[in-house]
Design a protein around this ligand. Structure first.
Ligand code: NAP
Length: 350
């Protein structure tokens, strides 16, 4: 990559915004030139406005940057959006119309018929829809979304199984970390000493986004989602970072544990072929220990960019079951967006 691209982080003070800043501070291809917040915070120095809560120090190069309001004439080519849904509704299309390439974490445009919900190893062919997006909306820029953090780790873990065998039925129960709700997030009196068995809209998102990720796109028919039935339970638990998902699945031909393990272990995609800067060497890491994966021990595997799978075993009801752990704000959000942007830059799609 010869030429650096200028990038902005939208919603830079939030949980996902901080992750973006940490991942972009020394990025070899992307130069951070703009940070945005809401009107109420704009004008302040980043270090004065943010409640920094990552363990690594705030990058010095960012501390003195001035926060700008989110507007279409931002001085950056690519925009990494960590905006809340309503702000994404207001700003992302306007930015794309003004020529920016927006990589969004908000749910606002994920299910649009002309927006690729991109998971870099899984559905790169969906970016073909960008030609239609630009033509029909009259944009010179674009919007590419990330999936929901739970859908991303679920999809990474089941994509090779759907490709190699075919999924017939899927049952998932999640234990989702509190950082998944942003900052300040879930009130401590609701979550301490507790499990909250409801996350508004989450179960529906996991179903529709997983099926979109694993579906097809063609010029003739548009997006055709994968059609296997899914049953999803989403729960909030008192873990700081990292979602855990227990998965039971019926696969065509009932392949055994050994074959399934091999399919997961050897899975790679376009980011690995291209050697992209943020690509994990192994997007799925399989652990053999009886008590792994665990969020505390496994969420940072491959710099937080992999899904860790373990406890792969026979299931008397659906045939096979296993556990998945993944970092929700890295591969589940900011890291996935940065990888999507690297892929589209490398493939000259943006
Ligand atoms: P958050 O911690 O609540 O942060 C949201 C940030 O957006 C706030 O810091 C706020 O900044 C800023 N903001 C509000 N209105 C704005 C505007 N008009 N322009 C620019 N900035 C504005 O939320 P989050 O967890 O980072 O989530 C951000 C987005 O990512 C959401 O759409 C969420 O659904 C999605 N997401 C989150 C996760 C996760 O694990 N947390 C995972 C996947 C996707 P000020 O108050 O300082 O202005």
């Amino acid at each position: 990559m010869t030429q650096q691209r200028t990038v902005a982080v939208l919603g830079a003070t939030g949980t996902v915004g901080q992750r973006f800043i940490s991942l972009l501070a020394d990025h070899p291809w992307f130069k951070l030139t703009a940070l945005t917040t809401s009107e109420r915070t704009a004008g302040k120095r980043y270090a004065d406005a943010v409640h920094w809560h990552l363990p690594e120090p705030m990058p010095e190069s960012v501390a003195n940057m001035k926060l700008e309001p989110t507007r279409p004439d931002l001085g950056a080519d690519l925009c990494f959006s960590a905006l809340p849904t309503n702000a994404a509704e207001e700003h992302e299309a306007a930015l794309a119309k003004a020529g920016h390439h927006v990589f969004s974490n908000a749910s606002t445009h994920r299910m649009d018929a002309d927006v690729p919900n991109l998971l870099a190893e899984v559905n790169f062919e969906h970016v073909k829809v960008l030609v239609r997006q630009r033509e029909s909306r009259g944009w010179t820029g674009s919007i590419v979304t990330n999936g929901n953090c739970t859908a991303i780790h679920l999809t990474l873990a089941i994509a090779p199984l759907h490709r190699d065998f075919g999924i017939e039925q899927l049952l998932v129960s999640t234990m989702q970390s509190i950082s998944g709700a942003g900052y300040p997030g879930v009130p401590s009196l609701d979550v301490l000493d507790n499990v909250v068995p409801y996350i508004g809209g989450e179960e529906e998102k996991v179903v529709e986004e997983t099926q979109k990720f694993l579906g097809a796109w063609s010029h003739a028919t548009g997006f055709e989602p994968a059609r296997f039935p899914m049953s999803v339970h989403c729960n909030r638990v008192l873990v700081r970072d990292g979602h855990t998902e227990t998965v039971s699945v019926r696969l065509k031909g009932s392949p055994g544990v050994r074959v399934v393990t091999e399919s997961l272990r050897t899975f790679t995609g376009r980011p690995q072929e291209l050697g992209l800067p943020s690509a994990p060497t192994h997007p799925i890491v399989v652990r053999e220990e009886l008590d792994r994966p665990q969020p505390l021990l496994d969420r940072n595997t491959e710099r937080g960019m992999a899904s860790t799978v373990g406890r792969i075993r026979d299931d008397p009801v659906l045939g096979l079951k296993f556990v998945v752990v993944g970092h929700n704000t890295i591969r589940g959000a900011a890291g996935a967006s940065v990888l999507n942007a690297e892929l589209l830059v490398a493939e000259r799609c943006v």
